[in-house]
Design a binder for this molecule. Sequence first.
Ligand code: BTN
Length: 317
Amino acid sequence: MLQLLSASEQRSGEQIARALGCSRSAVWKQVQGLREQGVSVVAMAGQGYRLAEPFELLDKARIERYIPPAQRVHLNSLEVVAAADSTNAELQRRAIGEQHAVALLAECQTAGRGRHGRSWFSPLARNIYLSLGWRFETGVAELSALPLLLALAASEALRETGLGGHVIKWPNDLLLEGRKLGGCLVELQGDASGPCNAVLGIGLNVRMPAGTDGADAIDQPWIDVASRVRDVSRNRLAASLLATLVKHLVRFERQGFGVFLESWAEQDGLAGHEIRLAAPTGTIRGVARGISIRGGLMVAVEGELREMHAGEVSLRE
Ligand code: BTN
């Protein structure tokens, strides 16, 4: 339905019913369904339906075209689906090892997953929900910096889209003006010594629907790309994300994480700040001092430098 409406100025109920092979009342139900998902559909008496604002739907062929050949060769498959429970969960159910590398984009997620067991707000046709399945010959033990690598790739793709001033909050939150722009979720399956399968998930707020401030949608201050970059294309941004991600992964496999430390330091949103880290072993307070080659957060606590690998950071006022 959204595809039909976004492809032309307006469509009559009859045209839509014919194209979808359903009744006029089923068309009306689908219109209601779109409205419930935050898509504003205008019904014009006797003329049919149109979208209140233009929608750019994700388009596999366009995304593939925008990815440079050097990175495209690493993608065994790229799939765009209308809905997934969670693109990460969907790739985890598949045997990635046999289809390395596989990319999955969804127009919406019904059970999008965030870090620390939270859910990820995933409205229809607004944002980017992307997962990449990648098989590593090394084991889980070598991949502790992977979540940070993902954030670096996403940050570079955002710069290519024309955004500036965003930073990364360890381990992989993307922030702009102190508000959340996107996040990453890495899920690993395999042995400590290898090989292992990684599902690398990125969610970016591109064009949030009006009314997202509703208390139950997102529980923290957020911002979207469209509020700072005019005419942002989700297809270009998705291609850019995939290209930078593949480029970074190939480099990481060849050279390790050390070559990314300088780039991290340039966009480290915590360095020099007083922080509070709620770690599984207890809460610590100190000053953030960059990261280690293993991707750990370095924190100066009462004159001692500690390397932390898990937990949730908040900036202290
Ligand atoms: C966070 O909490 O900051 C991480 C959010 C990660 C969201 C992305 S959207 C695509 C992929 N599929 C999911 O279910 N989660 C990740």
